[in-house]
Ligand binder design. Structure first.
Ligand code: AMP
Ligand code: MG
Length: 334
């Protein structure tokens, strides 16, 4: 199988052609197929959340461990309410950050139309209302939730372009929607909300500061020993090449991933990309996975020894960037 490409790069939103292409993707999902779709964070691998066989295919295509639950994506608040019981605090967070890159983990309803496979035996359910117009149009057209982990093999770099999806999963899925590169570039922030208590499970597109400003108190830290999300595994988001962090120069034969032009003019790394020459963290997040991927490809092609990365400030979306880099650099699981 080779995934068909559904091209939205020159299809204006709202026109007849836009609707026709949404319907084509919707029909594949309605019949239990897998469609990779852009979201504002990264490309997601979508399946009909209530279809057991379709959800099982996600785990197979990604090589994802079955203990990792999936996020249910909805197109409006009513659909969210049909899946989870949102406390007043969860509601306040949803009202402030949806549609957008925030995932809320809350008690799941018994009546939620979600395959048990996607829930991995948990009583809670992770829900997000994404902002991307194509993802939302697709969910509304289907009329029910889509589960959508990142559209890559489990453990490897997340895709921010259709080409990256094709390279990793093209042989294993039915279709890929191409709508150009993703805006945010790192995955959603995942929070668990139990009554008034808000715990950060994974930093992401909405920053800690934004959430704390809204709730008026510091986010709780998760219990260290417990893995509640695969993005919490020590090694995840990994390129094939070894990665060294917080470096001010590259070793001989090493590529360099810079931030704000920190490297000395005299240094000549074997390959070089700057996440944001002007030091803009949002721009660095957008470029993170695609630049790691490009340097990884150069490492393989030119037989380089690995990638060194410059330090990145930890505030705002820098927390998510540092989280992904730390996991990309961790000793590998296998
Ligand atoms: P991904 O879509 O692959 O970026 O990952 C989605 C994340 O949501 C995973 O890390 C899941 O483990 C996490 N997740 C989904 N459901 C739950 C839940 N009920 N409790 C905690 N984390 C969850
Ligand atoms: Mg992922």
């Amino acid at each position: 199988m080779c995934a068909q490409l559904i091209d939205f790069t020159s299809t204006p939103k709202g026109g007849a052609e836009f609707q026709a292409r949404i319907s084509r993707a919707r029909d594949i999902l309605d019949h239990g197929g897998l469609v990779a779709t852009p979201t504002e964070t990264v490309y997601g691998l979508c399946a009909d959340a209530k279809n057991d066989e379709a959800v099982a295919k996600i785990y197979t295509a990604k090589g994802r461990p079955s203990f990792n639950p999936l996020i249910a994506h909805v197109s409006d608040m009513e659909m969210a309410h049909s899946l989870v019981d949102l406390s007043p605090m969860a509601h306040k967070l949803a009202a402030a950050f949806w549609p957008g890159p925030l995932t809320i983990v809350a008690p799941g309803r018994d009546t939620a139309q979600i395959s048990p496979l996607a829930r991995a035996g948990l009583s809670t359910l992770a829900v997000r209302l994404p902002a991307h117009p194509i993802m939302r149009a697709l969910i509304s057209s289907l009329g029910r939730a889509l589960v959508a982990p990142s559209a890559n093999r489990s453990g490897s770099l997340s895709p921010t372009t259709a080409e990256a999806v094709m390279e990793g999963l093209g042989a294993h899925i039915d279709a890929i929607i191409d709508a150009g590169p993703c805006e945010v570039g790192v995955e959603s922030t995942i929070i668990k909300v139990a009554a008034d208590q808000v715990t950060l499970l994974r930093p992401g597109g909405v920053s800690r500061e934004q959430i704390e400003t809204l709730t008026g108190s510091a986010l709780s830290a998760r219990e260290q020993a417990k893995i509640e999300a695969p993005g919490m595994l020590a090694s995840h988001y990994a390129p094939r090449a070894p990665l060294r962090l917080n470096r001010d120069h590259a070793a001989p034969g090493e590529a360099f991933l810079d931030f704000a032009g920190s490297i000395a003019d005299t240094d000549q790394p074997a390959a070089y990309l700057d996440l944001s020459p002007s030091g803009n963290l949002a721009e660095a997040a957008t470029n993170l996975f695609s630049y790691l991927r490009q340097l990884d490809i150069l490492c393989q092609r030119d037989n380089l020894r690995g990638i060194a990365a410059a330090p990145i400030p930890g505030d705002a979306i820098g927390e998510a960037i540092n989280d992904r880099l730390a996991r990309a650099a961790a000793p590998r699981n296998d």
